[in-house]
Structure formats: structure tokens, C-alpha cells
Design a protein around this ligand. Structure first.
Ligand SMILES: Cc1cc2nc3c(=O)[nH]c(=O)nc-3n(C[C@H](O)[C@H](O)[C@H](O)COP(=O)(O)OP(=O)(O)OC[C@H]3O[C@@H](n4cnc5c(N)ncnc54)[C@H](O)[C@@H]3O)c2cc1C
Length: 369
């Protein structure tokens, strides 16, 4: 535990809030912290979950939301995805070494404009095979680190009409001819480098195709599972920050001859939010002790997204008008809505979970009840 606390302190010291996600990534890499995070195999040991928690909690304590999000996506989704692919791809193995050193960034692009991001089979972007290699076409939107990255892992239809089996990951160098990047049209998530990426007849050698046939979505499932854990740890940290901010505000806000914190109704509302936070905290403690599998992580992510959005909205309500000053909690309440999207939309996850009720209700100890 002491070791994890010191890891978190070193992350907080290295993460400069004046830098964007790329700058923070370079600094974390130069300090050797990304390598330390991935020093052990990511699949099993509980220690990795602890360290991931320390990292995202430390980042949340010092960085703006957009920067934390994009560094978190790199750690939570990109690296696990590349690690699952690297054993069969020397090119990915080389890029991975540069990522761990903070010298390279890779974004992951699946979402498209005009298509529900929850339905990956509805993807419209395509890979066409030619005598010389492959040619890519399509547009991806809302890509975290899209402006900062050197490469994009892009999910495309390789064999149209083949459903799950026809999807592939393609590693796209973002300086390739035919790649057009534009900043996402949003005033939120500063520092996160959000972008739309258009692939306009991008011609590449065939070895940029990264997935053995039919494996793309199972590789994605592994990355999503890690991203969901990262988001859950982040939800816990961010909710606690909002609760502490609301409490401090109420303690200083003059009312009825005292301060608002003295009012039992106000305190009861605060307590109800804190009770939600305790649930989130307990879930995170369980994951640090014994990380769960993909199905449980879907539930974890759906539940933590609902909790963090509810807690932050409740804190804004308690703070009142002051929440809407520049830098106030009102902006956080809007940005926190992305917890319902990243790592899988909450509604889509809940729809999937309903069909796993028998296994999930059985519990981790396989209690037959
Ligand atoms: C800040 C930010 C960063 C992002 N970063 C990335 C990134 O790096 N790479 C990337 O590819 N994308 C990224 N995205 C996009 C994100 O992955 C998508 O927003 C997400 O997958 C949901 O897709 P959607 O927005 O199209 O919503 P939709 O899928 O259209 O969902 C709309 C609504 O319908 C509900 N819904 C959808 N399907 C179902 C279902 N089957 N059953 C029940 N309800 C359903 C959802 O819960 C939601 O309420 C980012 C988005 C944001 C806001």
C-alpha cells in the first residue's frame, strides 16, 4: 500500500496541469511511470489494479477533466489493446515500447458520425484490398488524443457483410496521405485533443492490418474491460472531489445566523450523496483486492457512471449559483456526462447485462442462491 501511495505521489508531481494530454504523457513517460504501471502482466495480479487506481486518482487531483480523460484512455484502452496485438506484430511491439517511454501516443477510433457508437457492426468505414496493399475510407469522430497522437488504431469493415468476423483494426500513421484531422467542435474537455479523423483513400501496406480474421472485437473487449475499471476508479476519485468541494462550500456559506452546513435538511441531502459514494468506494476496494472479469466490469462501469453523474449533479445543486462561475462545479457536471459514454454507453451496457442476470446474481462466490 505504501508503495502504491508513493507511486500516486510521483504521478501527481509529474503531471503538470498547464500541459495538454500529450505533454503530460511525455512527462509521465520520461519519469518512467508508465513503464512502472505496466511492469507486471495486466491480466491477473491485483497489484496492477491498485496501481491503475493510484494513477487515475493522482491525475484527477491535479489535471483538468479533458487531460485526465485522454491520459486515462491511453492507459486504460490503448495500451491493453496494443499489448493484446503486439505478440504477433513486430511493428506494434516497437510502437508499444515508444508509448511506454512517453515518446508516442496512439488513439483508438471506433465511433463514427451519424451511426450509433454503441453498435459497432453498423460501422461504415471500410478497408479495400488492392494489389499493392489496402485503401481506407471513412470518418471517425470524438477521438480522444486524435489531435495529439502519432498513430490511430481504427476499427473498420474489412469484409463487408461478414458481421463480427469482417471487422479489423488498422494501424494508421496519422501523417499518411489522405488523413485529415479536425478538432471536435466542443468547448469542453480542454487538453484532451478530441478530434474527428477522416480517411480519404488512405493507401497503406497490408501489414497495417492488425487483427487476425474475426479477432478484432474480442481484442476490443479486452481493452474495454480495462477501460471500464479505469473509469470506475476515476468516478470514485472525481465524486469524492465534488463532495469535498460541496462540503467546504456549505461550511462557509452564511445562512440563518450560522452556515448552510448546520441545516439538517441540507446535511441529509449531502449524506445521501455520500452514501452513494461509499457504494462506489466499496466496489473499487473489491476490484483492488480481486479484479473481476469482463461481465462484472460491464456492471461496474454502468453502476459507477450512474453514481458519479448523480453525485456531481447533487453537489452542484447543493452549491447553488456559485457552481456556475468560471471554473465552478457546473462545468464538471456537464463534462461528467461522458462517464455514460466512454468504455460503452450505460444504456447499451445495461441492455447487455440484462441477458447475463443468472451469472451476475449468482455472485463471485458462486452461491447457488
Ligand atoms: C469526451 C468523449 C471522448 C470520447 N473518446 C472516444 C475515443 O477516443 N474513441 C472513440 O472511438 N470514441 C470516443 N468517444 C465516443 C464514445 O465512445 C461514444 O459516445 C459512445 O460509444 C456512445 O456512442 P454514441 O455517442 O453514438 O451514443 P449512442 O450509441 O447513439 O447512444 C445514444 C443513447 O442510446 C442508448 N443506447 C444505445 N444503444 C443502446 C442499446 N443497445 N440498448 C439500450 N440503450 C442504448 C445509449 O445509452 C445512449 O443513451 C468519445 C466521446 C466523448 C463524449
Amino acid at each position: 500500500m505504501v508503495e502504491e501511495a508513493s507511486f500516486g505521489a510521483r504521478v501527481a508531481a509529474a503531471a503538470d496541469p498547464a500541459r495538454d494530454a500529450r505533454g503530460v504523457w511525455e512527462d509521465l513517460g520520461a519519469a518512467g511511470l508508465i513503464r512502472e504501471l505496466f511492469a507486471r502482466e495486466p491480466s491477473a495480479p491485483a497489484d496492477d489494479a491498485r496501481r491503475l487506481d493510484s494513477l487515475i486518482t493522482a491525475l484527477d487531483s491535479v489535471l483538468p477533466t479533458g487531460t485526465t480523460m485522454s491520459v486515462g484512455v491511453q492507459v486504460g484502452a490503448t495500451i491493453p489493446l496494443l499489448r493484446s496485438i503486439a505478440p504477433n506484430h513486430p511493428r506494434v511491439a516497437r510502437i508499444l515500447a515508444d508509448i511506454l517511454g512517453g515518446r508516442t501516443m496512439v488513439c483508438v477510433a471506433t465511433t463514427e458520425p451519424d451511426v450509433s457508437g454503441s453498435d459497432l457492426l453498423a460501422t461504415r468505414g471500410t478497408v479495400r484490398r488492392t494489389d499493392d496493399g489496402i485503401v481506407l475510407a471513412g470518418t471517425k469522430s470524438w477521438v480522444s488524443n486524435g489531435l495529439h497522437a502519432d498513430y490511430a488504431m481504427v476499427l473498420l469493415h474489412d469484409l463487408p457483410g461478414r458481421g463480427l468476423l469482417g471487422m479489423s483494426w488498422v494501424l494508421v500513421p496519422l501523417d499518411a496521405s489522405g488523413v485529415v484531422r479536425t478538432p471536435s467542435t466542443t468547448e469542453w474537455f480542454a487538453g484532451g485533443g478530441l478530434a474527428d479523423i477522416r480517411l480519404d483513400g488512405v493507401a497503406l501496406a497490408e501489414d497495417h492490418l492488425m487483427s487476425p480474421r474475426g479477432r478484432a472485437l474480442s481484442q476490443m473487449a479486452l481493452a474495454s474491460s480495462n477501460e471500464r475499471l479505469m473509469m470506475t476508479f476515476w468516478a470514485r476519485s472525481l465524486s469524492r472531489r465534488a463532495l469535498r468541494g460541496a462540503r467546504d462550500h456549505l461550511r462557509g456559506r452564511a445562512s440563518a445566523g450560522g452556515v448552510l452546513w448546520d441545516n439538517p435538511v441540507v446535511r441529509a441531502r449531502f449524506a445521501a450523496l455520500m452514501a452513494q459514494w461509499r457504494g462506489l468506494d466499496a466496489m473499487c476496494a473489491g476490484e483492488r483486492r480481486a479484479p473481476t472479469g469482463p461481465r462484472e466490469r460491464m456492471a461496474l462501469k454502468a453502476s459507477s457512471a450512474r453514481a458519479v453523474t448523480s453525485i456531481v449533479a447533487g453537489c452542484v445543486d447543493l452549491v447553488g449559483g456559485e457552481a456556475f462561475r468560471d471554473g465552478g462545479m457546473g462545468r464538471l457536471a456537464a463534462e461528467v456526462g461522458m462517464f455514460n459514454l466512454l468504455g460503452g454507453a450505460t444504456g447499451a451496457l445495461e441492455a447487455l447485462l440484462a441477458s447475463h442476470e443468472a451469472q451476475l446474481l449468482k455472485g463471485a462466490d458462486n452461491d447457488p442462491m
